[in-house]
Design a protein around this ligand. Structure first.
Ligand SMILES: [Zn+2]
Length: 138
């Protein structure tokens, strides 16, 4: 690490970058983005990004060391269940209890059909759970 005194005093006052930034497609071997790690079945595993790489977009991609990456933890049934419960909450209409295959707009708190009568495509939702009809003698 170079000391503060070694810095060129003519360099404009820009926020100090602490990790190297590579040009697009010029990242060295051994580094990968989160997405690339995931494609290899790996995750960063708590390590901080070691470099950035320029992208087509406005933000740089963060690079992690492949050697320090850990294996992706396998999905457990409990994890899958929790994920589905979270998605169900976002996809279920609070009024008609239909579960749609897409996330409902949070501003409406119901599906479009319940909100303004726009008929919903029957293939876009699953049947609402059957009402708790008791089978006791009437
Ligand atoms: Zn509805």
């Amino acid at each position: 690490m170079a000391g503060q005194d070694d810095a060129d005093r003519c360099v404009p006052d820009v926020p100090e970058t602490t990790i190297p930034v590579f040009k697009r497609l010029c990242a060295p071997l051994g580094y990968a983005t989160k997405r690339q790690l995931r494609a290899m079945g790996l995750r960063p595993g708590g390590q901080d990004p070691v470099a950035e790489v320029e992208t087509r977009g406005p933000k740089n991609g963060l690079l992690y060391e492949i050697a320090k990456a850990r294996l992706v933890r396998p999905m457990t049934l409990a994890k899958e269940f929790a994920l589905d419960r979270a998605m169900a909450a976002r996809q279920t209409c609070g009024t008609c209890r239909r579960r749609y295959f897409f996330v409902l707009p949070t501003s409406l708190k119901s599906c479009l059909e319940c909100h303004d009568g726009t008929p919903a495509d029957p293939s876009s939702y699953t049947a609402p759970p059957a009402p708790a009809a008791h089978r006791l003698a009437a």
